[in-house]
Design a protein. Structure first.
Ligand code: NAD
Ligand code: ZN
Ligand code: ZN
Length: 344
């Protein structure tokens, strides 16, 4: 089959032919119908040999939707042809976090060398994808694979972060979204669907801000050193009750900290590697700062249920498998509006 692989440190991804995978006992083979392209892959491909925790070559893609092609011995109750979304942050399935559905925080994944598809294990940007256990699959019925596949990460990750901040986001509150790309543009929609907060979106280009407004941001602000001041103005000097940083650079964290109201949440999702100073009254009093990784299994079911109600309008740009390296280039250059989705 064809697959898109990251093969050598610092090189561009390549379309290659690899052996067709076959499901072993307990496994499920999916025919991939759509695979998402996440900025985290760009980060992975920028890491040095010492920083990269995965073996190469690595088939990319940790957002996947497919149809059940074949099941391994012992797998029952999963009909061939069923359309499913893949829950990516695989865990051991038996520790207390996994028992809670929080496989993203599995206590034993490191020790047992369990990795998500596309982030250690062969990923979804290929014709077929091997799944270790049917519990990683969420049936999506007749939902469009292209519009649904970003929900497995670009939807689930903001959903988890927002859910945590719901108590802050009552009537009259403000939420700030920094970075309105793949995750951010879904995050804005989730905030609109799940809260009554006023949403202020920040990004570096007018094109991204136009998408932010289209998907429901009440206000948009160019992300520069004046952005936090503008957010303060828009909130009568108070700042925001929840800030979501989908970039995570020093500059965006500085903005996030300067936007955060007294008794607010500062949620760091982007992995650009920035840090922020914390001291007495800095950021404001009683700001809770947290970083989060992906979301739980049950939250993916919730996101898919939300999508079924029709309130999400995920913006996608589609590419063939052969064009996947180009999709990564465009994402790297900041030229993808919404999410790039590969159609194998
Ligand atoms: P993306 O490239 O689609 O979106 C990033 C957006 O940020 C773009 O619109 C870009 O224009 C904007 N941006 C860049 N610099 C900015 C700045 N200084 N101020 C404001 N906006 C700026 O990326 P994505 O796939 O949505 O991922 C976003 C981030 O989240 C990445 O760092 C990614 O690695 C990370 N991520 C984290 C998790 C997690 O579990 N924590 C999961 C998925 C992705
Ligand atoms: Zn991702
Ligand atoms: Zn576990």
């Amino acid at each position: 089959m064809k697959a898109v692989q990251y093969r050598a440190i610092g090189s561009a991804p390549e379309v290659v032919t690899v052996p067709d995978p076959e499901p072993g006992p307990g496994q499920v083979l999916l025919k991939v119908t759509a695979a998402g392209v996440c900025h985290s892959d760009i980060a992975v491909m920028s890491w040095s040999k010492e920083e990269l925790p995965y073996e190469l070559p690595l088939t990319l893609g940790h957002e996947g939707v497919g149809t059940v092609e074949a099941v391994g011995e012992g797998v029952t109750g999963l009909a061939t042809g069923t359309s499913v979304a893949v829950y990516g942050p695989w865990g051991c399935g038996s520790c207390v976090k996994c028992a809670q559905g929080k496989e993203n925080y599995c206590l034993r994944a490191g020790e047992l060398n369990i990795n998500p598809p596309g982030l250690g294990r062969p990923g979804a940007i290929a014709e077929y994808l091997l799944i270790d256990d049917p519990r990683h699959l969420v049936p999506i019925g007749d939902l469009d694979p292209v519009k649904t596949v970003p929900l497995t990460d670009a939807g689930l990750t903001p959903y988890h972060a927002i859910k945590r901040s719901l108590p802050r986001l009552g009537a009259g509150s403000t939420a700030v979204v920094i970075g309105t790309g793949g995750l951010g543009h879904v995050g804005i929609q989730l905030l609109r669907a799940m809260t009554s907060a006023r949403v202020i979106a920040l990004d570096v280009s007018e094109e991204k801000l136009a998408l932010a407004r289209r998907v429901g941001a009440h206000e948009t602000v160019l992300s520069d050193e004046k952005a936090a001041g503008r957010v303060r103005e828009l909130t009568g000097g108070l700042g925001a009750q929840a800030v979501f940083d989908f970039v995570g650079a020093n500059s965006t964290l500085a903005t996030a900290a300067a936007c955060a109201a007294v008794e607010s949440d500062l949620n760091l999702v982007g992995i650009a590697g920035g840090t922020m100073p914390i001291g007495f009254g800095q950021p404001a009093y009683e700001v809770s700062v947290n970083s989060s990784y992906w979301g739980s299994r049950s939250e993916l079911f919730e996101v898919i249920e939300l999508a079924r109600t029709g309130v999400l309008d995920v913006h996608t740009e589609t590419f063939s498998l052969d064009e996947a390296p180009r999709a990564y280039e465009l994402l790297h250059e900041g030229k993808i509006n919404g999410r790039a989705v590969i159609l194998p």
